[in-house]
Write a protein that binds this ligand. Structure first.
Ligand code: 26V
Length: 801
C-alpha cells in the first residue's frame, strides 16, 4: 500500500471512510492522522512478525531494557522515515490537498518520562532497532504522561496530560498475555522433599496487561518491541470493597511520577516499580521457556538492563522465580541473576538515590523483602570475610541498614556491570560516590557515555541541514554517524559556511513563528539565539543564566551599547513540589516582562520562556540555536544529552567542565566551545574544606551586589518579597551551587561568545566543526558499546532494503 503513490491514496481514502465513518471532505485532521497511523502500524506488522519469528528460530540472545520512563515524543514522522515511506506518503497526501506536517501536529507526544533518563531510553530503542540488535523496552503505560505546563501570571501551573484521549494508533493490546501481580498478604513456609519452600499468599493481585508498540529501525527489517504494562483489576474477585480495589489498582499506571525530587505517595511508587519488574520478568521468562526450556541457560540468552535503580527489584524477583518456582539452589540462582542483570547509574546526587523504609517495603512485598534480606545477609558475610572487623564499612555498604533498603546497593551487589553515563561521571562514581563498591568490585565498573539518535535529532528535525550534509558527503552518515567527521573538510569553504548560516536563519524563523504564536512576542532572528532547555533544577543553574541577563540589562541601562543583540530562550518544567525551582520560573518570567517591555533594552535583548517544554517542541528548538547553555555546577550533571542535540545542530556550547561537556570539548577543540567556571575537582574541594563564602563575592563584586539587591528592593515593581528565598539561597545558605563563584567567568565567556558571533564566517566555521564532531555522540555508538561490552548481543543477519 506504500509502494506507489496512487495505491497509497486509494487505500488511504477507503480506510479513512471506513474507520471514521465520514466522507473525505467531512473528515478532520485527526481522522486523517489516525487512518495514516493505523496504516503505518499495519505495514510494520509484517516485519514485526518476521523479527519475532527469526529470533525464535535462531535462538538469538535478547536484551530487555527495563525503564520506568520512555520519553518517546511523536512517532509518525520517525516511523515514516525509518520505514522509507515518507516520500510516497507526503506526495500522496499532497495530491489529496493534505499537508503531512499538519497530520504530524495532530499526534500527541508520548511523554512518559521526566527528562534525560526517559529520553535516553527512547533514543536507545531507535538505535537498537536501527543496528539490527535484538533489544526490547519494558515500561509502564501511564494513562497520563508528564503534566502539561501552563504559565499563568509568570507562575507554573500543572494540568493533567491526556495523550490517550483519542487512543494510541501505535499500540496493540495483548490481553492474552496479561499476568497477575501479587501484593500484600503473607508468606507461607513448608517443607517439600527435604527443602524449605516459600509461598507468597497475596492479599490482593493486580492484572498487568501488555500493550506492545513496534520499534522499527532505520532502513532495516528489524522491528523490536516496546512493551508497556497497564494495571487493571484482577478478574478474580478478592475484595469486599470492590470500588476501592478498582481505584487503587488503576492508580498504579495512572500517572508518571512528575517528581524526581521527592517520593510522595511512596507506596504507590514502590507498587509501580514492582509492577513493572514482575510483569516484565514473567513475560521474558515465558517467551524464553517457549524457545529454550531450561532456566539454567537463562543468562546465555537473556540480558536484562535496569535503567537507574527504579527497576532494581528485578534482582530479587528473578531470584524468587529461580529459587521458589524453579527450585534452584540459591548459589546457582544468584550466579544466573548477577550475570543476567546490568545497571546504569544516572546521578551522583546522593539525595536522588532511592532508599525504601522497611516498614513500607516489607508488608507490600513480603517475599521479595525476605529475599532482599537473604541477599543482604550473604553480602554482609562476604564483606566480613574481606574486611574483618571493619564494621563501619560493612554498615555503610549493607543493602539493608538503618531501617531502609538501599536500592543502589542492591543494584551494585546483584548485577555484573555498573556504568556511569559520561567519563567524568563514571570517575566520580568510582572514586567518590561508590568508592567502597569500586574497591570491592572493580571489574563491574565501566563507562558508557550517553548518546542521542541522530535520526530524530538531526535527520528528522533539521531536514535542511541533513540535506546539506548528504549533498556534501553522501547519505552514509545516516547509518554511520561517525562519518559526519567528513564535514570538517569544508571548514574553509565559504559557500558551505554561508549555506549553514542560511539554514540556521530559516530554522530561527520557524522558531520565531512558534514564539510569536505561543507568547505574542516578536523576536529578531539576526540576534543570537541563546537557549537553555532542560528540567528546572538548582544544580542546572538556570539562575546563573537569569542573573547574567539582569546584569546585561543593567549594562544597557548604564548606556553600554556594545552589546551583540541576543534572544534568551528558556524551556523548563519544575517538579510540582519543588518550591525553589518554581521560584526560578517566576523569576525568569519577571525578568522577561521587565526587559521585553523596556524600549531602552528590548532592541538589544529579549527573554522568552516557552511553556510546556517537551520532545516535539525540542525538535523545533535545537535546530534554531546559536548558543547552547550547559552551565551546571561541575560534578553535578551526570552527562546531559541536550548538550549533544544542540551540538549536532550546529550550536556552540557555553558550558562548564561537567558531564559529557568534557568529552564535547575533547572532540571539538577549545577554539570551538566556550568553557568557564569551576572544575569538578575544585567544586569537590570546596565542598570538603568548606572554604567557599558566597558573601565575599557579594561584597567584592558590584555587579553581583546590584543584581542580588534587585531581587528584593522593588526593582521588579510587583514582586514584593517573591524572590527573597532566591536571595537567601545565594547569601544566607552560602550558595550551594556556586552561582556567585562562577558569575565572573560566566560573564566573561559570554562576552567572548558575543564577540565570536560578530565574525560571521568564523562563527559558522565553529558551528561546522561542532556538527562534524557530533557523530561520536550518536546513541548508535553508545548502543554498540553496550551490546559488545555489557550485553554480548549480536546484530541479526538482516538484509538492508
Ligand atoms: C536529579 C535530582 C537532583 C536534585 C535532587 C533530586 C534529584 C532526583 C533525580 C535526579 C535525576 C534523576 C535521574 C536522571 O534523570 N538523570 C539524568 O540522566 C540523563 C541520562 O543519563 C543524564 O544525561 C543527566 O545528566 C542526568 O541528570
Amino acid at each position: 500500500m506504500f509502494s506507489d503513490k496512487e495505491e497509497f491514496k486509494e487505500v488511504f481514502l477507503t480506510r479513512l471512510e471506513m474507520t471514521s465513518g465520514k466522507s473525505f471532505p467531512d473528515s478532520t485532521k485527526r481522522d486523517q492522522y489516525q487512518t495514516l497511523g493505523h496504516m503505518v502500524r499495519e505495514y510494520v506488522s509484517m516485519n514485526w512478525i518476521n523479527t519475532n519469528e527469526r529470533s525464535r528460530m535462531i535462538k538469538q540472545k535478547q536484551v530487555y531494557y527495563l525503564s520506568i520512563e520512555f520519553l518517546l515524543g511523536r512517532l509518525l514522522r520517525n516511523n515514516l522515515l525509518n520505514l522509507g515511506i515518507h516520500k510516497v506518503v507526503e506526495e500522496g497526501l499532497q495530491d489529496l490537498g493534505i499537508e503531512l506536517g499538519d497530520l504530524e501536529e495532530s499526534e500527541p507526544d508520548a511523554g512518559l518520562g521526566n527528562g534525560g533518563l526517559g529520553r535516553l531510553a527512547a533514543c536507545f530503542l531507535d538505535s537498537l532497532a536501527s543496528l539490527d540488535l535484538p533489544g526490547h523496552g519494558c515500561g509502564i503505560r501511564y494513562k497520563h504522561g508528564l503534566f502539561e505546563q501552563k504559565i499563568v501570571d509568570g507562575y507554573q501551573v500543572e494540568l493533567p496530560e491526556q495523550w490517550l484521549r483519542h487512543g494510541n494508533v501505535w499500540e496493540i493490546r495483548k490481553a492474552d498475555s496479561a499476568v497477575e501481580i501479587p501484593f500484600w498478604g503473607r508468606v507461607e513456609c513448608s517443607e517439600e522433599e527435604g527443602r524449605l519452600v516459600f509461598r507468597h499468599l497475596p492479599g490482593e493481585t493486580v492484572t498487568a496487561v501488555p500493550y506492545d508498540m513496534p520499534v522499527a529501525g532505520y532502513q532495516t527489517e528489524t522491528v523490536n518491541t516496546l512493551r508497556l504494562w497497564s494495571a487493571e483489576p484482577s478478574p478474580f474477585p478478592q475484595h469486599k470493597n470492590i470500588m476501592q480495589y478498582k481505584r487503587e489498582t488503576e492508580l498504579i499506571s495512572e500517572f508518571l511520577y512528575p517528581d524526581d525530587t521527592h517520593d510522595e505517595g511512596k507506596i504507590l511508587r514502590l507498587k509501580q516499580q514492582y509492577f513493572l519488574v514482575s510483569a516484565s520478568i514473567r513475560s521474558i521468562i515465558e517467551s524464553f521457556k517457549k524457545q529454550h526450556g531450561n532456566m539454567k541457560d537463562f543468562n546465555q540468552f537473556i540480558s536484562i538492563h535496569i535503567n537507574d535503580t527504579h527497576p532494581v527489584l528485578a534482582i530479587p524477583e528473578l531470584m524468587r522465580i529461580l529459587v521458589d518456582e524453579e527450585k534452584m539452589a540459591w548459589e546457582e540462582a544468584w550466579d544466573i541473576t548477577v550475570s543476567t542483570i546490568s545497571y546504569t547509574n544516572h546521578t551522583t546526587l546522593s539525595e536522588a538515590l532511592e532508599k525504601w523504609p522497611i516498614r513500607l517495603f516489607q508488608p507490600l512485598l513480603p517475599r521479595i523483602f525476605m529475599i532482599a534480606e537473604e541477599i543482604n545477609k550473604r553480602f554482609c558475610l562476604k564483606l566480613e570475610e574481606k574486611y574483618p572487623g571493619d564494621w563501619e564499612r560493612i554498615r555503610s555498604m549493607a543493602i539493608i541498614s538503618d531501617g531502609e533498603v538501599k536500592m543502589a546497593h542492591l543494584a551494585l551487589a546483584g548485577s555484573h556491570s555498573v556504568n556511569g553515563v559520561a567519563a567524568l561521571h563514571t570517575e566520580i562514581l568510582k572514586h567518590r560516590e561508590m568508592k567502597q563498591f569500586y574497591e570491592l568490585y572493580p571489574e563491574k565498573f565501566n563507562n558508557k557515555t550517553n548518546g542521542i539518535t541522530h535520526r530524530r535529532w538531526l535527520l528528522n528535525s533539521n531536514p535542511r541541514l541533513a540535506g546539506l550534509i548528504s549533498e556534501a558527503i553522501g547519505p552514509g552518515w545516516i547509518k554511520e554517524p561517525q562519518r559526519l567527521g567528513e564535514m570538517a573538510k569544508f571548514a574553509e569553504d565559504s559557500s558551505m559556511l554561508l549555506e549553514l548560516e542560511l539554514i540556521k536563519e530559516e530554522n530561527k524563523q520557524r522558531l520565531a513563528r512558534r514564539v510569536k504564536q505561543q507568547t505574542g512576542l516578536s523576536i529578531d532572528t539576526s540576534s543570537i539565539f541563546d537557549i537553555q532547555v532542560k528540567r528546572l533544577h538548582a544544580y542546572k543553574r538556570q539562575l546563573l543564566n537569569v542573573l547574567h541577563i539582569m546584569h546585561m540589562y543593567n549594562r544597557i541601562k548604564e548606556g553600554d551599547s556594545h552589546i551583540q543583540p541576543r534572544t534568551f530562550i528558556f524551556g523548563a518544567k519544575a517538579s510540582p513540589g519543588y518550591y525553589y525551582a518554581k521560584k526560578i520560573i517566576k523569576l525568569i518570567n519577571t525578568v522577561a516582562e521587565k526587559v521585553n517591555n523596556d524600549p531602552a533594552a528590548n532592541k538589544l535583548i529579549k527573554v522568552v520562556f516557552l511553556e510546556n517544554y517537551r520532545v516535539s517542541l525540542a525538535e523545533e528548538i535545537f535546530p534554531a540555536a546559536d548558543i547552547s547553555e550547559q552551565i551546571s555546577t561541575a560534578s553535578k550533571e551526570a552527562s546531559g544529552t541536550g548538550n549533544m542535540k544542540f551540538m549536532m545542530n550546529g550550536a556552540l556550547t557555553v558550558g562548564t567542565l561537567d558531564g559529557a561537556n568534557v568529552e564535547i570539548l575533547e572532540r571539538v577543540g577549545e577554539e570551538n566551545i566556550f568553557i568557564f567556571g569551576l572544575a569538578a575537582e575544585e567544586v569537590l574541594r570546596y565542598q570538603q574544606n568548606g572554604e567557599y563564602r558566597s558573601m565575599d563575592y557579594y561584597h567584592l563584586d558590584k555587579r553581583i551586589s546590584t543584581i542580588i539587591n534587585q531581587l528584593t528592593n522593588g526593582f521588579f515593581p510587583y514582586a514584593g518579597d517573591e524572590f527573597e528565598s532566591i536571595a537567601d539561597s545565594l547569601l544566607m545558605h552560602n550558595d550551594q551551587y556556586f552561582v556567585l563563584r562562577d558569575f565572573d567567568s560566566y560573564a566573561a565567556i559570554q562576552k567572548q561568545a558575543a564577540n565570536a558571533y560578530g565574525d560571521r564566517l568564523g562563527w559558522q566555521r565553529k558551528s561546522l566543526m561542532n556538527i562534524a564532531a557530533s557523530g561520536h555522540f550518536s546513541s548508535d555508538r553508545t548502543i554498540r558499546e553496550y551490546a559488545e561490552e555489557i550485553w554480548h548481543i549480536q546484530p541479526a543477519a538482516s538484509h538492508s532494503k
